[in-house]
Ligand binder design. Structure first.
Ligand SMILES: [Zn+2]
Length: 563
């Protein structure tokens, strides 16, 4: 239905862009004025229909949902490597190949697993897997037993910079920690960044912190408004095989979620009130509460060693010295794979999530490679694996980058860019935390894209895609996506589309390709990303974080190590 309304707005943008920035260099104040005409003619070659072709193929049923460690995922990686090779890019993986091996351990909870909440008095409650709880044994062992006291630790956060400590020095070694997702609610920007979510609010932090404290298990209480996604998302991302990076770090025998109703019943049976406890947890004076309940679990897992690959290519820079530095583009190619045991459509095609980002990355790689002129720094293109498993491919890439992290100026990531037509807004959440932001603002203006602030800072999207893995090693990083306003539609329409996708298709088998998809927006965002990458690869200095940012320290460390 949207196919009929094309009136060359992209051509308009480019004409505007070209006219303003090249033919009239008088606009020297604008940062994009530095973009040379070969860069502009290269970005003009980015084609929506090329992106469509990649999305159509990568989300085809034959690729079986591109599961990590599954055949379909490997075919996707091979396809991406083949494209890089066709474009004439340099292989930047292991031993002169496009592949960087990522060692993983696959863990499938076995049906013999039992998970019981046993009150000191009365009968144990055996929970139903997937309906009432989800749990993984993170120790990478095939079986573990737990019989331990449950302690409610509120948000499970220890954050000295906000004078917040839910543990209060209580020894939780050998215990199972019951906790809330998210962080204490606040509108004060100096307290956990107000309504925005910090890393302390993410479930990954909660598990990591519980393990560091010596706990044997963690149980997160799922409450839809706090988690910002429904139980089905927890269920779908926590059923079947789950992968972990091979590691010797401390880990939990049970990393789990339960439904709020189960927590409510558990507390009630123990003569307690979970709703009141959740309110108490919002206070700085909160103190851990021992429950008269034990977790008795027999965790049985099917373990397999998996090797999956990041696909990495490089376009060497034109400057003899600066080519040792780089700008990196990332987009994950993996999705949730196929669930052979599931009736009906059991292929998680992941058309939007994230065949779209891969299509954009490939199209960027093509036009960069075919450009007769090159930016001074090198450009890296990394299509990473195991994002859906917890940003594992990018975590590995961040720890083993082809160019030292301290010499990577910027990471621009694409993840789930809706094929809904022409955007009039762009989202670059996290860019404002870097000193590259003025360039982002000026470029957005040239592209006539209004910068839309993060619509849901409370959802912590910044910590939920691959750029975060690069930020953790200090690289200024952010994702680029469309906002909510599209040409010919109101912002409300855009919001409705986003909501509908989240509720009906996000991480569901119905995230499928359809010929009615309109890739002009993906193309416009790729062009915008091209301009930013070119700028970052040409500026005299590497990009950095704003003073006091949570990643500034990591940047200083990696810069020290990289030189
Ligand atoms: Zn996803």
């Amino acid at each position: 239905m949207r196919k009929t309304l094309v009136v060359l707005p992209l051509a308009f943008i480019v004409t505007f862009f070209t006219a303003q920035t090249v033919r009239k260099p008088a606009r020297a104040a604008s940062v994009s004025a530095h973009l040379p005409s070969p860069a502009i003619s290269a970005l003009e070659k980015i084609e929506p229909e090329h992106i469509r072709a990649h999305v159509r193929f990568l989300s085809h049923d034959l690729l079986e949902g591109r599961g990590t460690g599954q055949r379909g995922g490997d075919i996707a990686a091979e396809y991406i490597a083949t494209q890089f090779w066709l474009y004439g890019l340099k292989a930047a993986g292991d031993n002169g190949t496009f592949f960087q091996k990522v060692p993983l351990v696959g863990n499938t909870p076995a049906p013999e697993t039992t998970f019981e909440l046993a009150p000191n008095k009365g009968e144990a409650l055996r929970l139903k897997p997937l309906d009432e709880y989800v749990a993984y044994d993170e120790t990478q062992n095939s079986s573990s037993d737990i019989d331990a006291d449950i302690v409610f630790v509120g948000y499970g956060i220890e954050a000295p910079e906000y004078q917040w400590d839910d543990y209060k020095g209580v020894d939780v070694r050998g215990k199972v920690l019951l906790m809330l997702v998210n962080e204490p609610p606040s509108n004060d920007p100096n307290f956990f960044k107000g309504p925005a979510l910090t890393y302390y609010g993410r479930w990954t932090y909660k598990y990591e912190q519980a393990a560091r404290k010596g706990a044997v298990g963690a149980i997160l209480i799922h409450k839809t408004d706090m988690a910002s996604y429904p139980w089905e998302v927890v269920r779908n991302s926590n059923s079947g095989e789950k992968e972990y990076l091979k590691s010797d770090e401390p880990s939990l025998k049970a990393a789990s979620w339960i439904q709020l109703e189960v927590a409510r019943k558990l507390a009630r049976d123990a003569g307690m009130d979970i709703d009141k406890m959740m309110v108490d947890a919002q206070s700085r004076n909160f103190h851990p509460v021992a429950l008269p309940v034990r977790l008795k679990a027999h965790m049985v897992s099917k373990i397999r060693q998996i090797t999956s690959n990041n696909v990495v290519a490089m376009l060497p820079g034109s400057d003899p010295k600066l080519k040792n530095e780089a700008v990196i583009y990332t987009a994950h190619y993996d999705h949730l794979g196929i669930r052979p045991d599931m009736p009906g459509d059991n292929i998680y095609n992941g058309a939007r999530d994230n065949a779209t980002g891969c299509g954009m990355l490939l199209e960027l790689a093509r036009v960069f490679a075919q450009s007769p002129a090159r930016p001074r720094r090198s450009i890296l293109f990394a299509s990473v694996t195991a994002e859906e498993q917890g940003l594992l491919g990018s975590e590995y890439l961040g720890k083993h980058p082809p160019v030292p992290a301290g010499r990577i100026s910027l990471d621009l990531n694409f993840d789930d860019v809706p094929p809904l037509g022409e955007p009039q807004e762009v989202e670059v959440s996290g860019a404002e935390r870097t000193n590259f932001y003025p360039t982002v603002e000026a470029t957005a203006q040239e592209f006539r894209l209004a910068i839309r602030p993060d619509s849901h800072p409370e959802a912590g999207h910044y910590y939920r895609s691959d750029h975060f893995s690069l930020a953790r090693v200090g690289v200024p990083s952010f994702s680029i996506n469309e906002g909510m306003k599209y040409k010919g539609h109101t912002s409300e329409w855009g919001m409705q589309q986003a909501e509908e996708f989240t509720n009906k298709h996000y991480h569901q088998p119905s995230d499928e390709y359809s010929p009615s998809m309109d890739f002009r927006g993906d193309s416009a965002i790729a062009r915008f990303g091209f301009a930013l990458g070119w700028e970052a690869a040409s500026q005299p200095k590497l990009a950095g974080w704003q003073k006091g940012d949570e990643f500034e320290k990591a940047r200083m460390q990696s810069e020290g190590a990289g030189h």
